[in-house]
Ligand binder design. Structure first.
Ligand SMILES: Nc1nc2c(ncn2[C@@H]2O[C@H](COP(=O)(O)OP(=O)(O)O)[C@@H](O)[C@H]2O)c(=O)[nH]1
Ligand SMILES: [Mg+2]
Length: 660
C-alpha cells in the first residue's frame, strides 16, 4: 500500500549513481597507477564527479490554486508522517513556489524563505539561491512532525498592504479585480509574504536526489518568469493537476497553454495530467459501474479539452490516497489510483534521466576509459613484440643484429616525423580553437544583451521586448552558425590527422571524437520557443507591465548565457583533449623503440642478461595485462544499466505518458 515500488526505483537510481561515482573514482586511481594521468583528464573527471554528486531529478507540480497539488505531494511523499505535512487544508493554500530537496552540503534540515520585497531588485532567483543571507532561515525539527508542519505553514502566509505597494512589487494579478479593473491605490490587498521557499529535508527520496517543486496558482507563475523560462523547462517531470469539481476552467487552460504545452514539446515524456478529487464522484447510491463511467467521462472530456488522447489523463484522489495511507486502509489507497500514478512517474522519469546522465556525463568518461585502455594495449603489444624479437636475437650473429639495428633506426626516423607532424597539427588546431573562442565568447554575448537592453530604451513594453528578443536571438543564431562552420573545419582537420596517423601506424585504430553544436542549437531553439510563447501570452493578458517584462528578460538572458557558457566550456574541453590519444600513442611508441634499440645493443652480451631482460619484460606485460583487465571491469561497471524494479502491486502499469 505504501509506495514501495516508487521508493525502490528511486533508490535504485540513487544506487546506480553512487556505483557510477565509485567506478569513476576507481578510474582516477587507475590513471594514477598506470601513469596515464594528465591534468585535463583529471579536471574532467573531477567535474563529472561533482556534477553527479549534485545532480537532481526535479518533479514539478503545476496547476491552478486548490486543485490539490500540495495534497498530492503530501500523499506521495510524506504520508509516513501520519499527517498533512505541508499545508493543504481549506483556506490554507501555497502562496509561493516551494522547493523540497536534500542539501548534501548542509545536512541540518532547514527552511529558507525569500521575502516578497526582493522582487524589487533585479536579482534572479538563481542568484538569490547562491546567497543564503538574503533568506529568512528557519531550523527544522524533524523529530516532531507537528512542529515541522507549523514551520511549513509559513508558505501559506500572506500580509496586508496597500494596492499601490502590490503594484510596486509587480503583483498585477492581485491589484485587478475579476473584471480586470484596477483596485484603487489606497485600498488594502493581501499579498504573499514570501517570494520563494527552499526546504532542505532528509527524506529518503530527497536524499536520492529528488527535488519536488510545488507551485502556487497562476498568479505567481505569471509573475515569476524564471519559473517558466528556467525552472520548469529544467524539470524532468511536470504533473499538471486538475480537479473534477471545477472541471477545466479558463485559468486551468491558461496555465496549460502558457506553461505546459512547451514542457510537452521540450520533453518527449515526463508530463502527467492528474484529474484530482475523483472522490467527489464517489456516491453510495450509485453502482460501481456508474461511478466508473462518470469518472471515465470526465477523463475523456478533460483530454479532449487539452487536445490529448484519453489515456493521458489519470483520475486520482490525492486526499483519499493520503488518508488511506495514514489510516493503513489498503482499499482506499487502491481506489485513489495513487499507486498507478507513482508507477507512471517512475516509468516516465527514471529512464529518461538515466539517458540524460549517460549522454551528458558518462559517455565522455567511457571515451576516456577506452582511449586509455587502448594506450595500455599498445604498450602491452610492444612488450610482447620485444619479447619475441629478444628471444629471436639471442645467439644471432653480428650482421643480423646490425640489420635489425638499422631497421629500428629507420622506424625511429618515422617516429620523429610523426611526432613533428603531430606537433604541427597541434598548433593548427590550437589556432582554430582560438578562432572558435573568439566567435563564441561570453563577452560578445553580453555586449549583445546590453544592446538589446538599450533597444528597449527603458520602456519595458511588450513591443520593446519583442524587438529586443528578435535582435538577441538573431545574434545568437548567427553566432552559432559561424561557430558551426569553424567546428566543421576543425572536425575535418581532425579526421585527416587521425587518418594520416592511421596509415603511418597500422597497429593503431583510434577514431577522433568530433564535436557537434546540434544540441546547443536545439536548446537555443527551445529557449526561443518558450520565450516566444511566454511573451505572446503576457502580451495577450497584460498591456504594459514593465515588472514582468524586466524579470522575463532577466530569466531569458540567464538561460541563454548558460547555454553559451556550456558551449564554450564543452568545446574548450574537447579542444584540449582531442589529440590526447595520439599523443599517448606516440609516447608509448617512442618508449617501445627505445627498449628495442637497447636490447639490440646489448644483444652481443651474455645469454643470462637477455634472459633477465625477457623476464623483466614479461613482468611488465603481466602488469599491463592486469591494468587492462581492471579497465574492462570499470567499463563494464560504468556501462551497466540502471536496474529496473518491476511492479509488485497488482495495479498494472497504465501508460498514460504523454508522447510529444
Ligand atoms: N475531496 C477532495 N479534496 C481534495 C483532494 N485533494 C485536495 N483536496 C482539497 O482541496 C483543497 C486544496 O488542496 P491543496 O493541496 O492545498 O491545493 P493546491 O492549491 O493545488 O496545492 C484542500 O482543501 C484539500 O484538502 C481530493 O482528492 N479530494
Ligand atoms: Mg498548494
Amino acid at each position: 500500500m505504501e509506495n514501495e515500488n516508487f521508493f525502490e526505483n528511486i533508490n535504485a537510481y540513487g544506487k546506480w549513481k553512487s556505483e557510477l561515482i565509485t567506478a569513476i573514482q576507481q578510474f582516477q586511481d587507475w590513471l594514477n597507477t598506470t601513469r596515464l594521468e594528465d591534468s585535463e583528464q583529471s579536471l574532467k573527471i573531477y567535474e563529472t564527479l561533482q556534477t553527479l554528486k549534485y545532480d537532481r531529478i526535479t518533479m514539478a507540480f503545476v496547476g491552478e490554486f486548490s486543485r490539490g497539488k500540495t495534497e498530492l505531494i503530501n500523499a506521495i511523499f510524506f504520508s509516513q508522517f501520519k499527517r498533512r505535512l505541508l499545508s493543504s487544508e481549506v483556506g490554507r493554500t501555497t502562496m509561493c513556489p516551494t522547493e523540497l530537496f536534500y542539501d548534501i552540503d548542509e545536512p541540518r534540515p532547514y527552511m529558507r524563505l525569500l521575502p516578497i520585497e526582493s522582487r524589487l531588485e533585479d536579482t534572479s532567483l538563481t542568484e538569490h539561491k547562491q546567497n543564503p543571507l538574503n533568506w529568512t532561515h528557519i531550523q527544522l525539527d524533524i523529530s516532531s512532525p507537528d512542529s515541522m508542519a507549523d514551520s511549513f505553514a509559513q508558505i501559506t502566509h500572506t500580509k496586508t498592504v496597500k494596492a499601490s505597494e502590490a503594484k510596486r512589487l509587480g503583483l498585477y494579478d492581485i491589484i485587478t479585480d475579476h473584471n480586470g479593473t484596477e483596485i484603487p491605490d489606497d485600498k488594502a490587498v493581501q499579498i504573499p509574504m514570501w517570494r520563494h521557499a527552499l526546504i532542505n529535508f532528509p527524506h529518503p527520496f530527497l536524499e536520492q536526489g529528488l527535488t519536488i517543486l510545488d507551485t502556487p496558482g497562476l498568479n505567481s507563475l505569471g509573475n515569476e518568469p524564471e519559473l517558466t523560462i528556467s525552472m520548469l523547462p529544467n524539470a524532468q517531470a511536470a504533473i499538471f493537476v486538475l480537479a473534477v469539481d471545477t472541471g477545466v476552467t479558463r485559468s486551468d487552460m491558461d496555465i496549460w497553454r502558457r506553461h505546459l504545452k512547451s514542457f510537452r514539446r521540450n520533453h518527449n515524456n515526463g508530463l502527467v495530467v492528474a484529474l484530482n478529487k475523483i472522490d467527489t464522484l464517489w456516491d453510495d447510491l450509485k453502482s460501481e459501474q456508474e461511478i466508473k463511467d462518470s469518472i471515465q467521462r470526465q477523463c475523456t472530456e478533460t483530454a479532449k479539452t487539452l487536445g490529448l488522447d484519453d489515456k493521458h489523463v489519470l483520475a486520482i484522489s490525492a486526499q483519499k490516497g493520503l488518508i488511506g495511507r495514514i489510516k493503513n486502509d489498503a482499499d482506499l489507497v487502491e481506489k485513489s489510483n495513487l499507486l498507478i500514478m507513482e508507477n507512471i512517474l517512475c516509468n516516465e522519469i527514471l529512464p529518461q534521466k538515466e539517458l540524460l546522465v549517460r549522454n551528458t556525463l558518462i559517455n565522455d568518461v567511457i571515451d576516456m576509459m577506452q582511449s586509455s585502455k587502448s594506450i595500455l594495449l599498445g604498450q602491452f603489444n610492444a612488450r610482447k613484440k620485444s619479447i619475441t624479437s629478444l628471444s629471436g636475437i639471442s645467439g644471432k650473429n653480428e650482421s643480423v643484429i646490425q640489420k635489425l639495428l638499422e631497421k629500428t633506426r629507420e622506424e625511429q626516423k618515422i617516429y620523429h616525423r610523426n611526432a613533428e607532424n603531430l606537433q604541427a597539427s597541434r598548433q593548427i588546431l590550437s589556432s582554430q580553437q582560438k578562432r572558435l573562442h573568439s566567435i563564441i565568447t561570453l563577452g560578445k554575448l553580453d555586449q549583445q544583451i546590453n544592446q538589446s537592453r538599450t533597444l528597449m530604451k527603458g520602456s519595458w513594453t511588450t513591443t520593446g521586448m519583442k524587438t529586443a528578443m528578435k535582435v538577441l536571438f538573431e545574434h545568437i543564431s548567427s553566432t552559432i552558425i559561424e561557430a558551426e562552420k569553424q567546428i566543421e573545419l576543425t572536425n575535418r582537420l581532425l579526421n585527416s590527422i587521425y587518418n594520416r596517423f592511421q596509415t603511418e601506424n597500422e597497429e593503431t585504430n583510434i577514431k577522433p571524437k568530433l564535436f557537434s553544436v546540434a544540441s546547443y542549437k536545439q536548446e537555443i531553439k527551445l529557449l526561443y520557443e518558450d520565450a516566444e510563447e511566454y511573451r505572446t501570452s503576457v502580451y495577450s493578458t497584460m498591456t504594459e507591465q514593465s515588472f514582468v517584462i524586466k524579470k522575463f528578460f532577466i530569466s531569458l538572458v540567464s538561460r541563454a548565457r548558460n547555454i553559451y557558457f556550456q558551449l564554450n566550456k564543452d568545446s574548450d574541453d574537447w579542444g584540449k583533449r582531442i589529440l590526447t590519444p595520439l599523443i599517448h600513442q606516440v609516447k608509448s611508441h617512442k618508449q617501445e623503440l627505445q627498449i628495442r634499440l637497447e636490447q639490440l645493443k646489448k644483444a652481443g652480451q651474455s645469454r643470462e642478461s637477455i634472459t633477465e631482460r625477457i623476464s623483466a619484460l614479461t613482468r611488465e606485460a603481466k602488469l599491463l595485462q592486469k591494468h587492462i583487465i581492471d579497465a574492462n571491469a570499470m567499463l563494464a561497471a560504468i556501462n551497466s544499466p540502471m536496474p529496473v524494479i518491476l511492479h509488485k502491486n497488482k495495479t498494472a502499469e497504465k501508460d498514460t505518458a504523454i508522447q510529444a
